[in-house]
Design a protein around this ligand. Structure first.
Ligand SMILES: Nc1ncnc2c1ncn2[C@@H]1O[C@H](COP(=O)(O)OP(=O)(O)OP(=O)(O)O)[C@@H](O)[C@H]1O
Ligand SMILES: [Mg+2]
Length: 309
């Protein structure tokens, strides 16, 4: 579908793009509360933003929408299923991640302690801002995790939830004073935010120490290319990856979400485009990322990216 072709775009919770689309007057809009409101027509694009508050509900609706053969979904259904679930991400992207173990029995977890180095990272299957991420420093702390998760009240999580019946452990990658959150849109636009670690613990997400980039440099270009490679190889139309360096200095991904929160609207920094084999700045700053997404929808860029994955 080319530029200015009339499309009906169904949108779930995407205020900024809706605003632009209304202004642009080239699309028909729906705001579906349920899959029933989305017409099964080839000119229908559904763009939505995942919401962690009612994730299960959102996924249920999206699963239903994905049954409609003619509708084009952004993100795609396979991306949504992985969003906000680190266990599923580790299963889907093992080659990109540090060594990770999802263990569902206490015996097996105890056995793993014989070979794993301390400290290691322990995570709940869902979470954000490092709230459900723990650094396990020694055997005693690890045994407490096993006790709580398999025999006790569970490990405390955000929103009063509890992690029970499994542990999700990951090799700790030292010497990372920061991580990079790289967002890739339609496999060709990207930006990176450098997040310095918290003062008390070497975890970056949620620290609030953020750096944005308006200009390209060699390190940034390598990082953006790595994230685009991830998006292309895994057929992700909207993704945000958290990049660290492993012990050999290679880039790895400690988390790979398939969309992002709305917080980005206040950010400065620039979105870059990979064009003709090189990175160039776009006119879009991060506070206009939803405008870029809307434009890319209208221009059919997501659809061509999906076709040429
Ligand atoms: N294997 C690891 N080794 C070292 N540090 C890590 C590792 N995994 C995660 N971290 C650090 O912990 C932080 C939080 O981890 P992760 O991204 O997995 O969880 P999150 O709370 O879901 O984050 P987000 O808010 O980005 O969604 C990362 O930003 C990174 O700084
Ligand atoms: Mg993260």
């Amino acid at each position: 579908m080319g530029k200015n072709v009339n499309k009906s775009i169904s949108s779930i919770d995407s205020f900024w793009s809706l605003f632009l689309l209304i202004l642009s007057r080239v699309v028909q809009l729906f705001w579906p509360n349920s899959a029933r409101q989305v017409p099964d027509r080839p000119d229908t694009v559904v763009y939505y933003r995942n919401s962690i508050k009612n994730m299960e509900e959102v996924i249920e609706t999206i699963e239903e929408v994905s049954q409609k053969k003619n509708v084009f979904l952004i993100p795609q259904i396979h991306e949504s299923r992985l969003y906000y679930n680190k266990v599923k991400q580790a299963e889907a992207y093992p080659a990109w991640m540090p060594p990770t173990w999802h263990i569902t029995s206490a015996d097996e977890a105890a056995k793993k302690l014989e070979e794993i180095d301390f400290p290691f990272v322990s995570k709940s299957h869902e979470g954000r801002r490092s709230i459900n991420v723990r650094l396990v420093k020694n055997r005693e702390e690890a045994l407490k995790e096993i006790e709580a998760s398999f025999f006790g009240e569970g490990l405390p999580m955000e929103f009063g939830k509890r992690q029970k019946g499994y542990v999700f452990w990951q090799e700790f990658l030292p010497d990372n004073p920061y991580d990079w959150r790289v967002t890739v849109i339609a496999k060709k636009y990207a930006y990176a935010i450098r997040r310095q670690n918290r003062k008390d613990i070497p975890l970056a997400s949620g620290s609030g120490f953020l750096e944005y980039h308006a200009d390209l440099n060699a390190e940034l270009e390598k990082l953006l290319s790595y994230a685009v490679k991830f998006a292309r190889e895994n057929n992700c139309l909207l993704c945000a990856v958290d990049v660290l360096r492993d012990r050999k200095g290679r880039m790895v991904i400690c988390e790979a979400e398939c969309t992002w929160g709305r917080g980005g609207v206040d950010y400065k920094g620039r979105i870059f485009e990979f064009k003709d084999g090189k990175w160039i700045p776009t006119v879009y700053t991060l506070d206009r990322q939803y405008d870029l997404i809307a434009k890319a929808i209208i221009d059919g860029e997501f659809e061509s990216a999906a076709l040429h994955s």
